[in-house]
Design a protein around this ligand. Structure first.
Ligand SMILES: [Zn+2]
Length: 361
């Protein structure tokens, strides 16, 4: 190759590269002011949107619940500031109801993320538990009111009676919901009035009323005011018609099951969490026979456990998510969604192409 040819070739390559850069650059970067689409099923994980396939209301959205705010959400506005709140609510000891996952970080990592700058791989390395709670308050609106305005607590997700999921904080934050597991876990409060020592307990009688339907109708007491339930005219019924009897922490308890809408949403959310966080194994605490452990795990077992668990597996003074909670249904459902679909894995590309070709008459 002559020097002249070499020069021409190099020039040509440079021109082609420049043209490619201009063309692809223009194509890849949206025009300023373009809206990024959202489907309304996204959760936020270290600043990234992840789809769940079920409706999610973020703290960013209209009607969302924002655990980053320091003022009380439901008090009269003029009395909601932190300065007033810390005086009138004795349990509010901190303007923030969340913190840093400090006990699972080394000092370098603390400096890296203390300003909020988590990256997804680091979060995936640290989070290994997904904790189920029932809220006892009965609706997500009441739940946020109690946690944020009265208790100085927080939770990543709330699951309302109609299956709407609320996310109140990025999953990078350490929410205050499960004592020793806070730094390593994600938590969800499921709207359910709770478990009691008798099937005739007053809260069960008040919230579940026979109306001739297949199961009692869930009636949010009028004294609570606005329910906050987003599905218009929603009629909620437990998945099973009678209070479910079972033992938790050795106590016999009665509880109405979750609504079918709650199970459907929870299964999808659990699949999303287990898929995004490989250390959250899609399983619950089992004994040697493979059955659910219905009470607190020993400290050693708990420290080793990576997966989906109840608040009662962490603390002996807790009984949520209660005896009615269907662990197999949630875990098997989530596993089913996590498996790659048969059509995309088992069949070779050529076979898939054959199937999508128009059939000859
Ligand atoms: Zn709990």
């Amino acid at each position: 190759m002559t020097l002249r040819n070499l020069f021409l070739t190099r020039s040509l390559v440079a021109i082609v590269l420049l043209a490619l850069f201009v063309v692809t650059g223009c194509q890849n970067l949206p025009r300023p002011g373009t809206f990024a689409p959202r489907r309304g099923d996204e959760i936020v994980v270290a600043g990234q949107f992840v789809h769940t396939g079920t409706p999610v209301v973020l703290w960013l959205d209209p009607g969302g619940y924002d655990a980053y705010r320091v003022e009380r959400r439901f008090s009269p506005y003029d009395e909601s500031s932190w300065e007033t709140s810390k005086v009138v609510v004795k349990d509010l000891s901190s303007p923030n109801r969340y913190g840093l996952r400090k006990s699972v970080l080394n000092s370098n990592e603390v400096e890296r993320v203390r300003g909020g700058g988590w990256d997804l791989p680091l979060l995936q390395e640290k989070v290994d538990q997904f904790v189920m709670h029932f809220d006892v308050t009965g609706t997500s609106r009441q739940c946020f009111k109690v946690l944020h305005d009265h208790r100085c607590l927080s939770i990543h997700f709330m699951l309302d009676l109609d299956g709407t999921i609320y996310q109140t904080l990025d999953l990078k934050e350490r929410a205050w919901h499960a004592t020793t597991s806070n730094s390593r876990s994600i938590g969800i409060e499921i709207a359910n009035v709770g478990a009691y020592g008798s099937p005739d307990a007053a809260p069960l009688k008040e919230w579940y009323q026979a109306d001739g339907g297949s199961a009692p109708r869930i009636v949010v007491p009028a004294r609570l005011g606005e329910t906050g339930i987003r599905t218009p005219d929603f009629v909620g019924r437990p998945s099973r018609p009678e209070p479910v009897q079972g033992a938790v922490q050795g106590r016999t308890l009665y509880q109405y099951d979750l609504t079918p809408q709650q199970y459907e949403a929870l299964i999808k959310l659990t699949a999303a969490v287990c898929k995004v966080f490989p250390k959250v194994k899609c399983d619950f605490p089992r004994d040697a026979s493979g059955n659910l452990v219905p009470g607190k795990l020993s400290d050693d077992v708990l420290s080793e456990f990576q997966g989906v668990l109840g608040h009662y597996h962490i603390q002996s003074n807790k009984v949520d998510p209660g005896p009615a909670f269907q662990w197999e249904k949630v875990i098997n459902g989530a596993r089913g969604l996590m498996m790659p679909s048969e059509a995309t894995v088992l069949k070779k590309p050529a076979e898939r192409m054959m199937e999508t070709r128009p059939q000859s008459p």
